[in-house]
Design a protein around this ligand. Structure first.
Ligand SMILES: Cc1ncc(COP(=O)(O)O)c(C=O)c1O
Length: 462
């Protein structure tokens, strides 16, 4: 019957998307409809519904790519049917993945990967979370091997870290590892080297340092943390590997802070994860996990799958996954090169610093991060929350009325009394947009302070 209607709709010159039978009722929400509907009608109805999602370009909460070249869209379309796990069927996509791993190994100064004799060790993932799980597992496996070799118990592993993103909490819970989160000291924004000794012991599988703390966007002092672990080894014999969660910073530091030593240049660094879909500028759905060398990745975590006539080494939590994101990542590497990445990120950093200056001048705020020295972002808090009369949550709500998503949230548990706001500047967020945001912030502050109806005070006309 619906098929019949579909034909009629196409044949009827007066037919309209919004007079089609499926448009005239709420969409089915609990069970699949019995009959098909015209695709162009369903497409339009879903486009309408998706408008409620908000505008990704105004989402200053996300680190992830929200602006994409037309060529990337075309490549994504071309790769829609390529399953990256079928390396035998799509050997060129597999080859492109290996090239990306080599490029990142070189960017992050891995000692291997410059020739075929010692290839780079790494893989693509769905994002930093999966990469973190894989790198965490490698740490756990290596620690267990060391413990067994020494005839020591291997049943109480722990992982030491600062204010990590939730993916590390998931890793710890899913894979039965105690997460030892070191409290953030007053005035600090992440793990400090001198805090480590209290937390690291013979059951520590590794320490995670973050290049681009999710809360404040600053870098943890990776080289100092590595040096402290070196000293600890010299004094106690404990050899604790360091993993770098460079979800965002892995694609910023090599371009904006090339002299910062945070990567495989530090012998203590065993592995690094990063999100291609954040400052790597690939579309959503790609991350990277890299290890220093073969020794850092236990072979029994790698599966050799005999599939469709080929031997396929895989290291992943899932199996099938689209290949487009990896191809798009390679496109970005080729299209921008180092200079292009530097320019894009520098423009973002300049804009973030501009926002930081604007925010500092608004009156009620204290800047926590001004956009200099780490991620292109700014974060701030209310200088005197008790006497301001409104909260950062109120301000977020006001900004949301104009479509801006500027999140407010408390710092990690030990600093939860401090609520902060943070704005990330990414590829596609331009200077004028940030000017408009700053204008809207000033209006919203005036409104919250004076408590008059929003429309009367900001002069919005309909
Ligand atoms: C420091 C850090 N690690 C890991 C993640 C998780 O990354 P993904 O969203 O790519 O899984 C994030 C996400 O914001 C992050 O900021």
């Amino acid at each position: 019957m619906a098929l019949h209607n579909a034909r009629e709709t196409t044949a009827d010159p007066a037919a309209d998307v919004f007079t089609s039978p499926i448009s005239e009722k709420p969409l089915p929400k609990r069970a699949m409809p019995e009959f098909p509907a015209p695709p162009h009608v369903v497409h339009q109805l879903l486009r309408n519904e998706l408008l409620l999602d908000g505008n990704a370009a105004q989402n200053l909460a996300t680190f992830c790519t929200t602006w994409t070249d037309d060529q990337v869209r075309d490549l994504m379309d071309l790769c829609l049917d390529k399953n990256i796990v079928d390396k035998d069927e799509y050997p060129q996509t597999a080859e492109i993945e290996a090239r990306c791993v080599n490029i990142l190994a070189s960017l992050w100064h891995a000692p291997v990967g410059s020739d075929d004799a010692e290839p780079a060790v790494g893989c693509s993932t769905t994002g930093s979370s999966e990469a973190a799980m894989l790198c965490g597992l490698a740490l756990k496996w290596r620690w267990r091997d060391r413990r067994r070799a020494a005839s020591r118990p291997a049943d109480r592993p722990n992982l030491v870290c600062g204010p990590v993103q939730v993916c590390w909490e998931k890793f710890a819970r899913y894979f039965d590892v105690e997460l030892r989160q070191v409290p953030v000291e007053p005035g600090a924004t992440g793990l400090q080297a001198h805090q480590l000794r209290q937390y690291v012991d013979e059951n520590t599988i590794g320490v995670v340092a973050i290049l681009g703390v999710t809360y404040t966007c600053t870098y943890e002092p990776v080289a100092e943390i590595a040096a402290e672990l070196d000293r600890l080894q010299a004094e106690t014999g404990l050899d604790v590997p360091l993993h770098i969660d460079a979800a965002s910073g892995g694609f910023i530091a090599p371009f904006l802070h090339p002299d910062l030593v945070w990567d495989f240049r530090l012998p203590r660094v065993a592995s690094i994860n990063a999100s291609g879909h954040k400052y790597g500028m690939a579309p959503l759905g790609v991350g990277w996990a890299l290890w220093r060398d073969k020794a850092a990745l236990p072979d029994d975590l790698v599966f050799h799958v005999d599939y469709l006539g080929g031997d396929m080494p895989t290291l992943a939590l899932n199996f099938s996954r689209p290949g487009g994101q990896v191809v798009a990542q390679y496109f970005m590497f080729l299209r921008l090169g180092r200079e292009g990445y530097r320019r894009v990120h520098q423009a973002c950093a300049d804009t973030a610093q501009h926002l930081g200056r604007q925010v500092a001048g608004m009156g009620p705020f204290t800047l926590l991060y001004d956009g200099t020295g780490a991620l292109p972002a700014a974060s701030w808090t209310l200088t005197d929350p008790a006497s301001t009369g409104w909260s950062l949550y109120d301000l977020s709500d006001q900004l949301r009325m104009r479509g801006w998503q500027v999140p407010s949230y408390p710092l990690p548990p030990d600093r939860q009394e401090t609520v902060i706001q943070r704005a990330l500047v990414r590829h596609g967020v331009d200077r004028d947009e940030i000017e408009l945001l700053a204008q809207d912030m000033r209006r919203a502050i005036k409104h919250l302070t004076e408590g008059r109806p929003h429309s009367a005070r900001v002069g919005f006309h309909h």
